[in-house]
Design a protein around this ligand. Structure first.
Ligand code: FUL
Length: 687
């Protein structure tokens, strides 16, 4: 009896356990799909955006790659304020900052014992400064993580390329790892070996970066004191370079890849579904063309539209964004840079304000068990996720809205602790019985830690997320949807060499209204539907308008002079198209002693000035500093383009109208350091 009673108790317990497991989902999680990230890699990826600061001797010598011979005496910031940097970064939503403790020129921003070429030999704080310390303390004060860039290449060190420098380098890693932590990331740059000062030898030295630096030893030193630090570059990285400095990861972006195959760009840029190591991508890009500060780039700070694209193409493509601020000579982030970064952050806050799926009811066509229920997708918890049963590698999740709802962004996150799985997905919408097409701005392949899909606004009462292909059962921990307001930046207007005028708006939901008669565009003006021909002088005014709210952007105005087909170009003979194509990045190089543009109009004109756009490319040199301007061989005016090297913006010179047909513009360069003159664009102002 007793036995029977006992046996039936066991039976009841067993039956209860079985019932619970099938109904309340105590099923095991799906098996990991290898490789999988470490906990530190997961925490790193959650940072999403953080800042880079390039600051050092280069800043004070207007250089990008110092040769290694610049005097430490020149390093003298007057108002250095690391807290100002950190406050700006924090206010812009960034979670960390990485400082160039030493760039390729070899100058150390901390009082290292490994070389004399350091901050203690500069006038800064009478030789008592330590910028690594100052910034690390500011980070601690404002709760930002701190990381360091230490260039392996050292163009100052006499021992570079020999055993002596290797020891010096490891000494530097040791000092930085031990004295300023905890560090969240350590950056080894890829530029290695070449010409340099090298203690005065001024020679070329080459090394094999795979063996010379002993990165394994470096890693051990760093991780001993900073166990969670990510390592960028070198032979034992834990994150990977995305393969460009332009601010974009691929829309296919696998965290898994094979570092031994990095010679093949695709493994570095896209990662690989077959990858054997978990190496998530980091997108490093500067807010200006250069990494270091140059006054001449003050007009080239990236626009809001460009920075938004960078965000979507990095964080929105499963990569972290490392955005560089070239701190200026004073030692502060330039006001233009801090203004635009705050606009960027506020625009992002606006775009991701209300998650429309927060209270939406979700349904999935397959669920592994209650523990992996579809309600995990919008419960705001990182560690809960929806999963499908073993063998089920595709699936659909449907969100039902209580009423038709507008949306244009969807955020998706896989539960990466179990590996990255999805290789293809798409979105579908429905409004009543009507199918609504959702066309993503870029192809929808991988997801990973985070994928943000942008599309033209749709109105739906049902959103279906279709996972089409995966490397194992689906494990998705978050899906969000938003209706982002149109980004109303002023449109960009330009005319090409064939006299086609293009007007571009930064947002797919914005319509562009324009006029060519000088009046201000409004909703009754022409809508821009594609390029149009402007075969003469003219003024184009345009605005972007959010079609849903009728909000207007600021006004964009572009004045066009008589185009190329109204005159004959006598000089130069080559590259004419590049000079009259409305694009300062396509340029013509002239010999120093013969920088002449000579045109002859078909008919007499009242000529009242000219516009000259210097070359706009990164590190462009050879700008004209002086000019002479002739009409029908008579000198009309001459002068200087003030500060053009520092600020190569369009130069407009106007004078009282002169009647004539033949125009000669003679450019000169009276400053040293160039054997040519480069011009981006040129036009003549007529009445
Ligand atoms: C590059 C370097 O050569 C640049 O100067 C800059 O530091 C950038 C982040 O990496 O490879």
């Amino acid at each position: 009896m007793r036995m029977t009673f006992f046996g039936s108790k066991i039976y009841i317990l067993l039956a209860t356990a079985l019932f619970v497991s099938s109904c309340s989902g105590t099923k095991e999680p799906p098996k990991p799909v290898y490789p999988i990230p470490t906990q530190s890699q997961i925490e790193w990826q959650k940072l999403e955006t953080y800042a880079f600061v390039h600051f050092g001797l280069n800043t004070f010598n207007d250089m990008e790659w110092g040769f290694g011979n610049t005097s430490p005496e020149t390093f003298n910031p007057q108002e250095l304020d690391c807290e100002q940097w950190v406050r700006t970064m924090k206010a812009a939503g960034m979670k960390a900052v990485i400082l160039t403790a030493k760039h390729h020129d070899g100058f150390c921003l901390w009082p290292t014992e490994t070389t004399e070429y350091n901050i203690s030999k500069s006038p800064y704080k009478n030789g008592n400064g330590d910028m690594v310390k100052e910034l690390s303390e500011a980070c601690r004060k404002y709760c930002l993580k701190f990381g360091l860039y230490l260039s392996p290449w050292d163009r100052n060190n006499p021992e570079y390329g020999r055993d002596g420098y290797r020891e010096t380098y490891h000494g530097q890693i040791n000092e930085l790892s031990g004295n300023y932590g905890p560090l969240f990331e350590f950056w080894f740059d890829g530029a290695n070996g070449g010409d340099g000062y090298y203690g005065g030898t001024n020679e070329v030295r080459k090394i094999d970066a795979n063996t010379y630096y002993d990165y394994e030893r470096a890693r051990d030193t760093i991780l001993k004191r900073n166990p969670d630090a990510m390592i960028f570059g070198g032979t034992v990285p834990t994150i990977r370079w995305v393969g460009n400095e332009g601010g974009w990861a691929g829309c296919t972006d696998w965290c898994p890849t094979c570092k031994d195959k990095f010679d093949n760009y695709s493994y570095m840029h896209y990662g690989s579904s077959e990858g054997t190591e978990w190496l998530p991508a980091e997108v490093d890009v500067s807010i200006r063309p250069g990494w270091f500060y140059h006054a001449r780039e003050d007009h080239q700070v990236k626009s809001l539209a460009r920075l938004m694209d960078i965000y979507y193409n990095s964080v929105g493509h499963n990569a972290n964004l490392l955005l560089n601020f070239p701190v200026g000579l004073s030692g502060k982030i330039h006001p233009q840079d801090s203004t635009i970064i705050m606009e960027w952050h506020n625009a992002l806050l606006g775009e991701f304000k209300d998650n429309l799926l927060k209270n939406a009811k979700a349904m999935a066509d397959n669920v592994r068990g209650r523990r992996f229920s579809v309600s995990n997708l919008n419960d705001d918890k990182w560690d809960t996720y929806w999963a499908t049963e073993d063998g089920i590698t595709e699936g659909k999740v449907t969100f039902n809205f209580s009423k038709p709802t507008k949306l244009n962004r969807v955020v998706l996150q896989e539960y990466i602790p179990l590996g990255q799985r999805v290789s293809k997905f798409h979105l579908e919408g429905q409004n009543g019985k009507q199918q609504v097409e959702i066309i993503s701005l870029d192809s929808t392949t991988t997801i990973g830690y985070k994928r943000i899909v942008r599309f033209k606004t749709v109105e739906v009462d049902k959103l279906v997320v279709c996972f089409d292909e995966a490397k194992g059962p689906l494990c998705v921990n978050n899906i969000e949807a938003y209706f982002a307001p149109a980004l109303l930046t002023e449109p960009v207007i330009y005319r090409d060499f064939s006299n086609n005028v293009y007007i571009t708006a930064s947002d797919v939901d914005a319509a562009v209204y324009y006029t060519t008669d000088g009046s201000e565009p409004d909703l009754s003006s022409e809508i821009y539907r594609g390029e149009f021909v402007l075969d003469g002088k003219g003024i184009v005014k345009a605005v972007s308008v959010d079609t849903l709210t009728n909000k207007f952007s600021a006004l964009s105005v572009k004045e066009f002079d008589l185009p190329y087909n109204h005159f004959a170009v006598i000089k130069p003979v080559d590259g004419v198209a590049r000079l009259f194509d409305g694009n300062g990045y396509s340029t013509v190089s002239f010999p120093l002693n013969d920088a002449v543009i000579c045109l002859e109009f078909k008919e007499e004109q009242n000529i009242s000035g000219f516009r000259m756009l210097p070359a706009q490319g990164r590190d462009a040199t050879g700008h004209a500093t002086n000019y002479r301007f002739y009409v029908d061989n008579k000198l009309i005016c001459e002068g200087m383009f003030d500060n053009i090297d520092n600020n190569p913006v369009e130069q407009v010179v106007e004078f009282a109208p002169v009647t004539g047909k033949r125009v000669k513009f003679v450019a000169e360069r009276k400053l040293p350091k160039s054997s040519y003159i480069q011009i981006g664009d040129f036009s003549v102002i007529t009445q």
